[in-house]
Design a protein around this ligand. Sequence first.
Ligand SMILES: Cc1ncc(COP(=O)(O)O)c(C=O)c1O
Length: 423
Amino acid sequence: MNLSQRDKKHNWHPYTQHKTAQDFPAIVKGKDALLWDENGKEYIDAIASWWVNPYGHSNKFIADAIYEQLTTLEHVLFGGFTHNKAVELSEKLMDILPSNQNKIFYSDNGSTAVEVAIKVALQYNYNKGIKKTKIIAFENAFHGDTFGAMAASGISFFTEAFNGSLLEVVRIPVPTIGNEEKCFEILKNLVTTNDFAAFIFEPLILGAAGMVMYQPEILDKLIAICQQNNVFTIADEVMTGFGKTGKTFASDYLVEKPDMMCLSKALTGGTIPMAITTFTQEIFDGFYDDDTNKALFHGHTFTANPTGCAAALASLKLLQTDEMQNNIQRINKHHLAFENKIKNHPKVKTTRVLGVIFALEIKTETNESYYGNLRNKLYKFFIENGVILRPVGNIIYVLPPYIIKDDQLQKVYQTIENALEIV
Ligand SMILES: Cc1ncc(COP(=O)(O)O)c(C=O)c1O
């Protein structure tokens, strides 16, 4: 039996209906933007392995930092102890985060970063004796799969089995062009009820919804509405963080600054699972008290794992090199050129580009479901052609590692053009 066949015996994969799923390619090696399976077939990783891997697979600079850390101090509990890598990483993040952020809480993945933000928003009010138990989020948002994050997520089939067991979340429309006023009105009506502890959002671009984009000026207005009414704003930058939108954070496009930020994915360059939730001093102060019960009683065994912190420090160094910044600009230029070429294709409905993210919506007769036939047909075509792309319904998007080579990017575009011929 090969690896693909052995995999089926014991492994339960994410987002997978195993009864209808095909055998999965077994990846045995990765280098830069490329992956190879057990049969030697080569794939271009055009989505940076779920958006985690800007600097490429098997990056030696990050690997060396991890090795050095593993052989110096692999892990120490963060409850009651600290260590140099967490101190250094928090200091480095302060240099690049929006100026109102001052406190860092470590966890393990994007969902837990969101979970922490939501718990903090609720407990901040509880600590002050204020009853605010609900959250506001966008329709079609995605914030993760743990209970709080799932409640905030609006993609129904991810969460419908759990309706009735979730935190109360009220949704507002995404303020895409034409929806802005409606969105402002609904938000204004909600925040004045005093029921809401926070508004959580994916800033400028909703990833899992199909790279749906909206403008920074509009988000500025939404944040201002919340801040005027004492509702915390949580920027979930799990997908957008560390250069994806062309700036270090999507929040860097804003004038108004969010109260909390959630980071993960590219934080460690796709090596060690790790996440961070960041806060203003004011929020931290809401927990700072002689009363022990007002502390944040949240933690994970691997909180601020030194190896993860070392990987994150190395990743930040890479992000800040001229070479990486030029790569981000280079990919953006190629995306814009491809958008220009493809936007009038008879099968293309819309296209959009932000930073290293390109998205194309295929014209369809009916509403295509997330994991529907069109999506499955496209996905199969891409994999057969050695390009890893995971369309969302009728939306194809590209979010490549920053180090992808020009010819590899051109192959990705060409494969997308070819795919349009089979739909
Ligand atoms: C915006 C956003 N938030 C949270 C998450 C959840 O992150 P994780 O899968 O690491 O739990 C994701 C994952 O795609 C995401 O895109």
